[in-house]
Design a protein around this ligand. Sequence first.
Ligand code: C5P
Length: 223
Amino acid sequence: MTSHIPIIAIDGPSASGKGTVAKLIAKKLGFHYLDSGSIYRTIGYAAHMQNIPLNNEALLLKVLENIDLSFKNDQILLDSKDISEAIRTEKSGQGASEVAVHKALREAILGFQRNFEKSPGLVAEGRDMTSVVFPHAEIKIFLTASVQIRAERRYKQLISKGNPVNIHSVLNEIVLRDKRDLQRALSPLLKTKDAIEIDTDKLSISDAVDNIAHLFSLRYQTS
Ligand code: C5P
């Protein structure tokens, strides 16, 4: 029985800032951190390396069976190789969203994700953390921002890492990924009824972190 372990679940669209915010809250509270998107990105990356088409669920399940995925500090390790940077490209984001439409694959990684629910607590971010993976989370946040602001953020992030991109293609890719994530039949991106929406268009990362940490402390003092 793990229901006493506090969970902060954060969902939201691509480039809403949820990764940065979730990581900082986890650090602030000393909690574990789950970046669920990196699991889909890694499966897409591993499939690409083996020339496996992303629409072939049976083969993707085999890929999943045969990979050793682990998180160490800030690194994502695939068979002991650090792929943290390699899976951050927009192409791998698109690949992840193609991988993410498969039902059996989503089910196969549920247990892996739920294993992150460990004392003293967890901050989990993704598309279905509040709805499917941790529906019992104490705090549910839907972190969002306008598509223009998200495209600018992603553009700056990619440029700073030396990726030669232009703002229009970044914006188009975000629109495409939003569409795929919102319209898919399984675990689509949605704001659950009990989630609190935080719009980061005019909010700094540190303000978003403080707001969520405050909500968490209020909930904990009253329960
Ligand atoms: O959050 P990130 O951009 O790394 O996610 C990459 C893709 O993985 C998303 O666009 C989405 O399609 C998929 N994803 C998902 N469920 C999650 C996390 C990510 O379907 N919990």
